[in-house]
Design a protein around this ligand. Structure first.
Ligand code: SF4
Ligand code: SF4
Length: 279
């Protein structure tokens, strides 16, 4: 692979990336590729680890991915620099960047690139960071040398399925905490039972890949950005004290203040009723 790319990722402390041919990837949103004016070429798929010490806090009441500042800002800066570098090396080629809203099936592409295996929890399980990574990619019409690997699944131990509260809640708990408006009694009780004001990590936490990565310590991201302004235990007090500027830097902001506030109130009222200290 090109030394300038390896150097770039080494400087960014990203050790989980690889190119994969676009033709090998499953295109799920072709209009995004059309808009980028790319029909064939290469995907540089990047797995960015985000797990910090604060994510391991036993009092954490928001999903681990929301503990740090919004990862979109990290990707925006990363992509800006990377595209400039790629354009300098391939001046006649086109480059487009994606995080979240991707034209391809990202997890499959990452497994094809050999970054990890696909878990029964539908997440990419990387050897060092388990599933605690954000995926993003640059897609280009440049043809870069790359191989594909056979997509592998996990060992199907079933722990994620067994622990999943989906049946109990009637829907994915993560989706439930992000639902706007009023919750039914069953939905509210579910938030209280599982103690989450935002998201759900159960199918990641019980996974043996996560347990191994935690035990060895490899799970922790080396990237300083993810250690800035960590919040592991959110309270209504802290939320209300947050300026709008600070609020929009958090991953739990995208459904608005009222959604996360409603969930926090459910948890806090429950703890008050029990006579427990909340903060
Ligand atoms: S996030 Fe939680 S509720 Fe959703 S599938 Fe995973 S364990 Fe189940
Ligand atoms: S908990 Fe077991 S079945 Fe689920 S993703 Fe992890 S290894 Fe696979």
């Amino acid at each position: 692979m090109f030394a300038f790319l390896s150097d770039f990722f080494e400087k960014k402390l990203i050790d989980c990336w690889a190119p994969v041919p676009l033709s090998a990837c499953r295109v799920t949103k072709p209009y995004l590729l059309e808009r980028a004016n790319i029909s064939d070429g290469t995907v540089i798929i990047i797995a960015v680890p985000y797990f910090t010490k604060a994510c391991a806090d036993k009092q954490r009441n928001i999903s681990a991915y929301a503990v740090s500042k919004n990862y979109h800002d990290f990707f925006i800066n990363l992509f800006d620099e990377l595209i400039l570098l790629l354009q300098a090396n391939f001046p006649n080629q086109t480059f487009a960047s994606f995080a979240d809203h991707s034209p391809i099936a990202e997890i499959e592409a990452a497994a094809l690139a050999g970054l990890g295996v696909i878990g029964q929890n539908h997440l990419l399980l990387t050897p060092k960071y388990s599933s605690y990574i954000f995926l993003g990619e640059i897609i280009t019409d440049a043809i870069l040398p790359c191989d594909t690997q056979k997509i592998q699944g996990c060992e199907n131990c079933g722990a994620c399925q067994k622990s999943c509260p989906m049946e109990d809640c009637g829907t994915c708990l993560s989706a439930l905490t992000q639902k706007k408006g009023e919750l039914s009694e069953r939905e509210a009780a579910c938030i209280v039972k599982y103690g989450s004001a935002w998201g759900c990590d159960i199918c990641q936490e019980v996974c043996p890949h996560t347990k191994r990565a935690l035990k060895s310590g490899s799970i922790f991201t080396p990237i300083p950005y993810f250690y800035e302004d960590n919040i592991s235990h959110l309270t209504t007090l802290a939320l209300d004290a947050m300026s709008d500027e600070a609020f929009v830097t958090r991953a739990f902001s995208w459904r608005g203040r009222n959604t996360v506030r409603r969930n926090l109130l459910l948890l806090e009222n429950h703890f008050k009723e029990k006579g427990d200290e909340w903060c």
